[in-house]
Design a protein around this ligand. Sequence first.
Ligand SMILES: *Cc1c(COP(=O)(O)O)cnc(C)c1O
Length: 397
Amino acid sequence: MLRYPVYLDYSSTTPCDERVLETTLPYFTKFFGNASSRSHAFGWRADTAVEAARKSVASLIGADPKEIVFTSGSTEGCNLALRGVFEMYASKGNHIITTKTEHKAVLDTCKILQKKGAEVTFLNVSKDGIVDTEELKAAIKPETILIAVMYANNETGVVQPVKEIGAIAKQHNILFFSDATQAVGKIPVNVEQDHIDILALSAHKIYGPKGVGALYVRRRNPRVKLAAQITGGAQENNLRSGTLNVPAIVGLGRACEICRAEMPEEAARLNDLRNQLQLELLKIDESYVNGSLEHRLPQICNISFRSLSSSQLLSVLNKTLAVSSGSACTSGSLDPSFVLKAMGIEDGLARGSIRFSIGRFTNREEIDFAITEVKKAVEKLRNESFEWTLFQKGKTR
Ligand SMILES: *Cc1c(COP(=O)(O)O)cnc(C)c1O
């Protein structure tokens, strides 16, 4: 039995895994202590749980537990990384290199830093959505203090050449920050192999609770220093003050453990399902996949349908399917996605793009259902579309 609407928007958020939920519950009631309370058993118990979670997060990304700072999620992580580096390394320089296809948490923060005196280079991406490492090298100056390139894009799933970028940053003694929110838990991410100095991840994208995440901050070779953005009780090594959200942190830890154990199998299964969905949707006339097919997460596909607008499609589909036109943060806007624009996708196609993102609880039946629904919706809308009629005429002329 299918439950409606079928959820194919895992990149905007995921349901909490029941196993994760179960692990968190005792920390709301029985073990409610403040992890900073050093004088009694309630505090010790909470602290022990937090440290166990820190270990689980660290081992998913090849880090040391001491390098993990708990945050409220990736938006905060990106802010702490960018603002923290900009303030701390002001005497070294003011230049930041990033890309045009970052999440708004990075782009908007960079724009604010520009007003505070930062010089920011926004790198172009290819038609495939990938950064040109030669262009990156050419952008490096003596004042460059940070390279910020996301691991995988949230709208297209395109995976950047992170290892290569990390090596370039290292070679030039520049810090490398990667927003890995979409990649962690889905594909292997390793801060040592990838030469990453700072990395942001979020629990609600990996079947954990909302409002919790972590920032990896390298401690040796080099030791990264960040200026704290939230000050107070000196928790988290003085990098992020505030009483720790123990149940959420415990949940993030459990979510990481499950991802680590199940990643190979899950990725293979989702890759098959995604490919099936993509194969069938591409049988629709004038439909195209956006972004590299080769360097892409296994669970996302972004498809454009000519002569349609995403909002039209979504309003027909939303009774039976939960999908989106791009990121949840920019949905509602009528403009074509800035990510697709940066990739140079023509407006006529960028306007009619849909992101399908699947996950742990997606099954074959849901994929088959989605294929039927999308085919029906596209056909219906095109039958009513003047633009489509014109396009068809143009082809035969
Ligand atoms: C979801 C997401 C964010 C924001 O994460 P929150 O934890 O919701 O603040 C940042 N970057 C990317 C790539 C994302 O997918």
